[in-house]
Design a protein around this ligand. Structure first.
Ligand code: SF4
Length: 449
C-alpha cells in the first residue's frame, strides 16, 4: 500500500490532472488510474449488463470530433474540417458509418433500456447539414430506444444557425441547446483564433426561442488568454440580458494539448480566475439564477442538462464517438480512442474503440458521490446518500469522516459539512490504496514514454 505524505499526495494529484482531459482527473476513480482496455470488449459488455441489471436507466452521450478550425484555448482532440467542401462531407460520411458500427455492438445490451437523456457534444455537432443531422438521429433511433420524454441536448456554434438546421433539430426531437459562445469580445476571439460572428449569439438565442426550443444554455469561459476582468464581466452582463435558461461559466484550462500551451502560452493566475468566476456567479444569483452545479446556474432548479447535473447520483451514461467517456454505474468507466483517425481505424475493424478503462464496484460509486458532493457543495446530504446507495454514509465512511472532522468538518442538519474547500484533503482521505498504486504506475510509464 503506497504511503504518500501531504506534499507528495498533492504532487501526485497535480500529475494526474496533467495526464487528463476527460474531467475524470478529479472524479473517481481518477483517470490517471485507469488501465489499458484495448481489446476488452467482452469485459466491457459484461460490465454494462451488470450495471443495467442494477440501475435499469441510462443516458447516451455522442461525441462529434470535428470543428471548422481549432480555437487556441481548446483542449479537446478535435479535427478541423472547415465549414463546407469535400473534406467536411467525407468526414461526416465516414463518421456516421463508424458510429453506426460502434452503436451496433452496444445495441443488444441496451435492448430493454429507454434512454432518459441524449447529449450530442463535440467538437461542433451543428456543423452537420440538416440531411446529415436526420441521418445521425435515424441511426441512433435505429440502435437505441429514445422515448418521447428523453431530454435531447445538442451543442451549437452560434454561426451555424439557419432556418433549415433549426427545423431539422425540432423534427429530430432536440429540446435543449448549448450555445458555445465562450467570449463575445472581438479582441479575445481574434487572439484565440476563434471564428464567430459578433452578434450571432443573441441572434442564435432568439432563433431557437422562435423555433420553440426554450431550453437554451450559453457557455462562457473565464480566464481566456487576452481576456481581462472587464471583458469577462461585460460578456456575462450581455448574456444575462438575453435571460437564457442556463449559463455555464467554465474555466480556461491550459492543458498541454491547447494550441496556446503548445506555442509557449501560459494560463493566468488560477486564484484570480477563480475569484472572477465567483464574482460571475454572484452576479447571476443577483439576477435570479439558481445554482445547478459547480460550473453553472439556471433560471429554475430544473433548468439544466440532466445528463451532467448531479453526477453524484445513480447515473449510467453510454459514450459513443471519439474521446467519449462511459460510466456504467457500479461496474466500469471507459474512454474511447480520442483521435478521429485512430477511432475510425478501430471502429472499422468491427470492435469497440475503447482504449482506457477501469472496473469498479458499489464502494467506488459511494466514494465518487462523496467526493463530488464535498467538492461541489462542501457537504454530503446523509438522507440523499442513503437513497442513492442504500447504505449509511456514517457507517461506510466512519474513518474518512473522522479524518475530515480533525480538519474541522462537522455533522449537522442531516449532513456532513466542511468548514471550507478541502479539495486535496478530501481526495487524500477517500482515495483507495489500489487506485493510488495504479495512478503511480501510470505516471511512471507516462514519464518513460
Ligand atoms: S472550443 Fe469548441 S469550436 Fe473551438 S475547437 Fe474546441 S470544440 Fe471546436
Amino acid at each position: 500500500m503506497p504511503e504518500l505524505n501531504e506534499a507528495a499526495f498533492d504532487a501526485f494529484l497535480a500529475a494526474l490532472r496533467r495526464l487528463d482531459y476527460t474531467g475524470y482527473a478529479e472524479q473517481y476513480p481518477p483517470f490517471g488510474s485507469w488501465e489499458d482496455f484495448t481489446g476488452r470488449q467482452a469485459d466491457i459488455l459484461a460490465a454494462w449488463r451488470k450495471s443495467l441489471a442494477r440501475v435499469r436507466e441510462a443516458g447516451l452521450f455522442v461525441n462529434i470530433p470535428f470543428c471548422r478550425s481549432r480555437c487556441r484555448f481548446c483542449f479537446l482532440p478535435v479535427t478541423p474540417i472547415g465549414s463546407s467542401g469535400p473534406k467536411r462531407e467525407r468526414s461526416f460520411a465516414q463518421y456516421l458509418e463508424a458510429l453506426d458500427g460502434e452503436a451496433a455492438v452496444f445495441s443488444p445490451v441496451f435492448k430493454k433500456i429507454g434512454m432518459s437523456t441524449l447529449y450530442i457534444g463535440g467538437g461542433t455537432p451543428s456543423l452537420m447539414t440538416p440531411a446529415e443531422t436526420e441521418k445521425f438521429f435515424a441511426l441512433l433511433r435505429g440502435r437505441f430506444n429514445i422515448p418521447p420524454g428523453c431530454q435531447v441536448v445538442l451543442e451549437l456554434h452560434p454561426d451555424d444557425v439557419t432556418e433549415e438546421k433549426l427545423s431539422a433539430y425540432r423534427a429530430c426531437g432536440v429540446n435543449r441547446v448549448c450555445i458555445g459562445a465562450q467570449s463575445l469580445d472581438e479582441g479575445v476571439l481574434t487572439k484565440n483564433a476563434r471564428r464567430q460572428g459578433l452578434g450571432r449569439v443573441a441572434a442564435a438565442h432568439a432563433a431557437l426561442k422562435a423555433h420553440g426550443i426554450s431550453g437554451v444554455n450559453i457557455d462562457l469561459i473565464c480566464g481566456l488568454p487576452g481576456q481581462g476582468k472587464a471583458s469577462f464581466l461585460k460578456d456575462l452582463r450581455a448574456v444575462m440580458e438575453l435571460r437564457p435558461d442556463q449559463v455555464h461559466l467554465n474555466t480556461f484550462i491550459n492543458t498541454p494539448y491547447t494550441l496556446h500551451a503548445l506555442t509557449g502560452g501560459r494560463a493566468g493566475d488560477e486564484r484570480a480566475v477563480e475569484a472572477l468566476r465567483s464574482e460571475g456567479f454572484r452576479l447571476l444569483a443577483k439576477a435570479g439564477y439558481h445554482k445547478i452545479d459547480s460550473d453553472s446556474m439556471g433560471l429554475t432548479t430544473g433548468s439544466c442538462n440532466r445528463q451532467t447535473a448531479d453526477l453524484s447520483g445513480r447515473r449510467s451514461v453510454l459514450g459513443l464517438g471519439p474521446g467519449a467517456v462511459s460510466r456504467a454505474f457500479g461496474a466500469a468507466r471507459c474512454l474511447n480512442r480520442t483521435d478521429w483517425e485512430g477511432y475510425r481505424e478501430l471502429a472499422a475493424k468491427g470492435g469497440l474503440p475503447v482504449v482506457k478503462g477501469v472496473l469498479c464496484g458499489p464502494r467506488d460509486e459511494m466514494i465518487y458521490s462523496a467526493i463530488t458532493r464535498l467538492t461541489d457543495d462542501l457537504s454530503v446530504n446523509l438522507a440523499e446518500f442513503r437513497r442513492t446507495h442504500g447504505r449509511s454514509f456514517r457507517e461506510v465512511f466512519a474513518a474518512e469522516a473522522a479524518a475530515l472532522g480533525r480538519a474541522g468538518a462537522r455533522f449537522s442538519e442531516g449532513g456532513l459539512k466542511l468548514p471550507r474547500n478541502l479539495w486535496g484533503l478530501v481526495r487524500r482521505v477517500f482515495y483507495r490504496p489500489e487506485v493510488i498504486a495504479r495512478g503511480l504506475a501510470n505516471l511512471r510509464s507516462a514519464r518513460k514514454g
